[in-house]
Design a protein around this ligand. Structure first.
Ligand code: AMP
Length: 457
């Protein structure tokens, strides 16, 4: 039997896993600095969670869900996105009654969509996202956009385009949908099959069509901005003004409607073109929603959120060579080589003390020739090999070999542990401001703790 992975899925191992962890760690620490806490809804939900949550008019529900009957004849679905599951979780656990509003949740994990696999498009992929539920001010939309922008700039992504639009409130949207129906009524026959469906289910989605001939027809369609209520217009203008104030660059894109049905008011996408000129399209997207919590039987609470596609983010980081340092980092820093059977116990004890000091350490328990062990140390990317033989055992010492310079020094165990301590302290010093004039009070965005801000210069 030749077993292969399922089409559209991907095995992650080695460096690539580390790249995903790197992104996830930065994202979660920034989300936590914005007051978010992690939520982990199950991968499996009753299908109705997504049918009701994401909406029957969306491509995701109509064509892309992995839905099946389990052995108890229940219709279950592998989540195609997180937002609906998070809303179900909030309502079922009555978090709106017990938690301080707005509830701020971040999430991270695999999602599943039956799409045609291609560059940056998988059937199982990972999303990292946030939801802020139960706030009333447009500042929550703003802060959420800032959070997304901050996450991308902390990764070093400088070429981000924030596309933003408003879908207005429900009344504005209904008026606009009627105007679109009117406009497309005598044109839809000549458009793609999807657009014919969209015309009946949700004409807003026609604006999102990627077929070039249809896009030409879309260019002449009425504009949302002409159907916005005064409140929606003001809300959007306030948000754009504030983005300008915060120096977050944006482009208003009036064809941006988003593929999921639950959005209202502000919607946005983060687009990226790498330094090599590859356009990755949307690396993340989100928006404001008004009815979702109520849809699941909870009170009328608004929310806003976004989600990033981790595969796309890792690809652009590699493309822009922002992961070189991480890629060059070895699997371990120290590789301990006991060169006789008796030294193995001491090697194990030494690995425990080194690890407790935060070092990444591996021990070779397999034995063999020292030369072969050193080759393995280099393959693991270790900076130092620690060699312990009979002599060293008797003297309670070790040989520390720098694998780059090949320099070898004999150290006592306590000298070695002191050296590790110093290296660890040095590694944790902040280098973010090495090339700058230092940071003024409150301006620092590097997410490191500075013991003495004055030292940064
Ligand atoms: P959505 O939930 O559709 O708003 O998607 C949010 C983000 O997930 C997008 O901006 C993409 O970065 C990513 N994404 C969506 N679909 C896929 C896919 N099939 N494969 C990989 N990433 C995806």
């Amino acid at each position: 039997m030749q077993s292969r992975n399922v089409k559209g899925t991907k095995d992650l191992f080695g460096k690539e896993t580390r790249q995903f962890q790197f992104v996830e760690n930065i994202f979660s620490s920034i989300a936590e600095s914005f007051g978010y806490q992690e939520m982990r809804p199950p991968v499996l939900e009753h299908s109705e969670v997504f049918v009701r949550g994401v909406g029957e008019g969306s491509d995701v529900v109509r064509k892309e869900m992995y839905t099946f009957l389990d052995k108890g004849e229940r219709s279950l679905t592998l989540r195609p996105e997180f937002t609906a599951g998070i809303m179900r979780l909030i309502v079922q656990n009555k978090l709106y009654a017990t938690e301080t509003l707005p509830i701020k949740a971040y999430y991270n994990g695999p999602v599943f969509r039956y799409e045609r696999p291609q560059l940056g498009r998988y059937r199982q992929f990972n999303q990292f996202g946030v939801e802020c539920v139960g706030g009333t001010s447009y500042f929550n939309d703003l802060e959420t956009i800032m959070l997304g922008y901050c996450m991308l700039s902390t990764l070093g992504l400088t070429n981000v385009t924030l596309k933003i639009n408003t879908l207005g409130d429900e009344a504005s949207r209904e008026a606009y949908k009627a105007a679109l129906k009117n406009y497309f009524a005598d044109k839809v026959e000549g458009m793609c099959e999807d657009c014919k469906d969209r015309f009946n289910v949700n004409p807003l989605r026609i604006l999102d069509c990627k077929v070039p001939e249809d896009q030409e027809i879309v260019k002449g369609a009425p504009k949302m901005s002409d159907y916005l209520s005064e409140e929606s217009k003001e809300r959007f203008e306030n948000i754009l003004d504030a983005l300008t104030q915060m120096e977050i660059p944006y482009e208003v894109d009036d064809t941006l409607v988003r593929g999921l049905d639950y959005y209202s008011e502000t919607v946005f996408e983060f687009h990226y073109t790498s330094k090599k000129g590859v356009n990755y399209g949307a690396i993340g997207a989100g928006g404001h929603y008004s009815n979702l919590v109520k849809e699941f039987g909870g009170p009328e609470l608004e929310g806003v959120g976004f989600s990033f596609g981790e595969e796309r983010i890792v690809s652009v980081l590699n493309d822009d060579e922002l992961l070189n340092e991480l890629n060059e980092e070895g699997e371990v820093e120290f590789y301990i080589c006991p060169i006789c059977e008796e030294a193995k116990e001491a090697a194990l004890a030494l690995s425990v003390s080194s690890r407790m000091m935060g070092a990444r350490v591996d021990v070779n328990f397999e034995g063999g020739k020292l030369g072969a062990m050193l080759k393995k140390a280099v393959k693991k990317g270790a900076l130092y090999a620690i060699i312990i033989g009979e002599d060293e055992l008797n003297k309670n010492s070790l040989q520390m070999k720098n694998l780059v310079t090949e320099e070898q020094t004999e150290l006592t165990v306590s000298e070695y542990l002191d050296a590790i301590k110093q290296m660890q302290e040095h590694d944790h010093e902040c280098h973010c401001h090495d090339d700058e004039d230092g940071c003024e009070d409150g301006e620092c965005c590097c997410h490191h703790h500075h013991k003495d801000e004055g030292d940064l210069n």
